[in-house]
Design a protein around this ligand. Structure first.
Ligand code: NAD
Length: 262
């Protein structure tokens, strides 16, 4: 299938590892020019170098924290200056810590809001005017299965991600007339460092082994296995493509069927 996005400019936030990195790679594989960011300069640079070499596409990588609104503004301006525009923007950040409600501090709430909600606001404000000029754009947020089904001890994610869905639907309504499609992708349990972090937290608070957590997550899923970052990435790239031209305002779960609702 020709996805029709060769030479498009795809910005992928928080993309030095895990789902973000797999997504940057998948856009490069389609011949997009890619803009990447993350906090750690070394990990980011090595991910960017590998993608540039493997796919022979232009890659711009800048280290910064997506909770820094001014840094997001500077980055989007730099991407537009180098590549001429921003056609596709995938928002992403590390997940909040696994905690129950009373264990979560006010600082935890503020950090979760900044990383997992406000960062999407920052990117959307900067990229939409570029997309409006071209009457074409895609914004895709990476959130979680928690947008449909709360997960125990992830109260920060359960609460804050819902705001992203409200934003996605609002942006889809407001900017559809400009050819901008806005969708949300919710990973289920996916084999990345984030999942190791959740297994470690679960093991520490329950006395069970980390392996028991991985096994239980896989068993909870109709497909009886964890997801691979590539499976999220390919869904995101398809949503950004010409082939998904009548889909906006939606949440797509890539969760191996784990969501129990209809
Ligand atoms: P990960 O921890 O493997 O990777 C996170 C990436 O984000 C890294 O590149 C890291 O450097 C970067 N990052 C983190 N905070 C940042 C910040 N403030 N500014 C800039 N970069 C930052 O995580 P992942 O598994 O790829 O998850 C991506 C998102 O999907 C997270 O929000 C996570 O909570 C969510 N999610 C993951 C799973 C899963 O099972 N892996 C399930 C549901 C939701």
């Amino acid at each position: 299938m020709n996805l029709g996005i060769k030479d498009r400019v795809a910005l992928v936030a928080a993309s030095s590892q895990g789902i973000g990195k797999a997504t940057a790679e998948a856009f490069a594989a389609e011949g997009c020019r890619v803009a990447m960011c993350a906090r750690n300069p070394q990990t980011l640079q090595s991910a960017a170098d590998r993608i540039r070499e493997q796919y022979n596409v232009e890659v711009l990588a800048e280290p910064f924290d997506v909770t820094d609104a001014a840094a997001v503004t500077r980055f989007v301006a730099a991407v537009a200056a180098q590549f001429g525009s921003v056609d596709i923007c995938v928002t992403n950040a590390g997940g909040p810590p696994a905690k129950g409600f009373l264990a979560a501090s006010l600082e935890d709430w503020q950090r979760a809001l900044a990383a997992n909600f406000l960062s999407t606001v920052y990117f959307a404000r900067e990229v939409i005017p570029h997309m409006q000029k071209k009457k074409w754009g895609r914004i895709i947020t990476i959130t979680s299965i928690t947008t449909k089904q709360p997960v125990a001890d992830l109260v920060l994610s359960n609460a804050v991600r819902a705001a992203v869905v409200g934003l996605v639907k609002s942006l889809a309504n407001e900017f559809g007339k400009d050819g901008i499609l806005v969708n949300n992708v919710g990973p289920g349990f996916t084999a990345t460092d984030r999942l190791k972090e959740l297994a470690r937290a679960g093991a520490a608070s329950s006395g069970k082994s980390e392996q028991e957590f991985f096994d239980r997550w896989a068993a909870d899923t109709p497909l009886k296995r964890l997801g691979e970052p590539r499976e999220l990435a390919e869904t995101i790239v398809w949503l950004a493509s010409q082939r998904a031209s009548y889909i906006t305002g939606q949440t797509v779960l890539v969760d191996g069927g784990m969501y129990k609702g209809l």
